[in-house]
Design a protein around this ligand. Structure first.
Ligand code: G3P
Ligand code: CA
Length: 254
């Protein structure tokens, strides 16, 4: 698994957050293409399930912020989702950009770059999303290089129980009294709190116990100055080129 190699070597992978969403509309193909251009090692993205059962790539539960439509994404059919413009709110040059399905993204990404796929859902993921996701990843034969991450820890446990070869990661916004116990209970490989919650000691503890420390988002030099020296195995950024340059300058990348 990619992040294990980075962890063992004391290196840091650059994760393009929602592609490279500082430069292009988040979770769309222009953003993912930009993520590769920026030198990301991994692309991060968010998924929901459409009303008619398709895995679609979007962060929010509602389409309002990022598209010209309104309402919950999970209440729309794929045809309705495909009618949305997911680019114009970011900038007129992106007008006409569509919400990708996960399958469309995998068709493009499978031989280019590994993915960190985040399962969304408010308050919980759609029942069956884990099985659908694993089926698709098996079809593309990309289980070994894909990570599945989520704030929904039950979902991570389920993923690992169905497909032990998939790397899983727990997202949190806060701190845990016993992170190792939580990782074990959810059968997860990585702990991924917001960057504010890491210290060098905590990173070292997680790595020493054989788990992976990861985080997001390092967009400024000040944040990079604080977290890159901790040797976190992977760090997300909305501007992956900035983080790429910073890490490469210090010889800490892969
Ligand atoms: O990569 C983790 C990060 O994406 C989690 O937060 O809100 O951007 O999905 P969010
Ligand atoms: Ca995410």
């Amino acid at each position: 698994m990619l992040e294990y190699d980075a962890m063992r070597q004391g290196k840091t992978l650059v994760v393009g957050h929602r592609g490279a969403c500082g430069y292009a509309p988040e979770n769309t193909m222009p953003s993912f293409r930009k993520g590769i251009e920026c030198g990301a090692d991994i692309l991060e993205l968010d998924i929901h399930v459409s009303l008619d059962g398709e895995l679609v790539v979007m962060h929010d539960s509602e389409v309002d912020r990022t598209t010209d439509g309104t309402g919950p994404i999970e209440g729309k059919t794929l045809k309705e989702i495909k009618a949305l413009d997911a680019g114009v709110k970011f900038g007129p040059q992106f007008a006409g950009t569509k919400v990708p399905t996960l399958k469309e993204l995998l068709d493009w990404a499978w031989n280019k770059i590994p993915l960190a796929i985040e399962i969304k859902g408010d308050p919980f993921p759609t029942p069956g999303v884990e099985e659908k996701l694993i089926k698709l990843l098996r079809e593309f034969r990309i289980l070994s290089e894909t990570m599945v991450i989520s704030f929904h820890h039950e979902s991570m446990k389920k993923i690992k129980e169905i497909e032990p070869s998939l790397a899983t990661g727990l997202l949190i916004m806060g701190e845990l009294v016993d992170p190792v116990q939580v990782l074990k209970a959810s059968k997860s490989d990585s702990l991924r709190p917001g960057w504010q919650y890491w210290s060098k000691d905590k990173v070292d503890l997680i790595h020493k116990k054989g788990f992976i420390a990861s985080t997001w988002n390092a967009d400024t030099e000040a944040v990079m100055d604080r977290i890159v020296p901790m040797r976190i195995a992977s760090i997300g950024s909305n501007f992956p080129d900035r983080l790429r340059k910073y890490i490469d300058r210090q010889g800490k990348g892969i």
